[in-house]
Design a protein around this ligand. Sequence first.
Ligand SMILES: [Zn+2]
Length: 65
Amino acid sequence: MKNNRLLFCPDCGARMIEDAWDIITEMPNGDLVQDIVYPAWVCSDFCGYYEEIKLQGEEQHDSLF
Ligand SMILES: [Zn+2]
């Protein structure tokens, strides 16, 4: 497995940490379901810099926003 993650944020120099975020999907009946968790490599200072961690070498580029 390739590991080319950054140790420090290129924007602010803070340590990078592994994190994940989930997608909350609202069901038709109003229930909120925790759908998918995307692993990500994020700035520990939360300046906004992050890298998506690719799984299984997939090169899909889903837009989250
Ligand atoms: Zn940063």
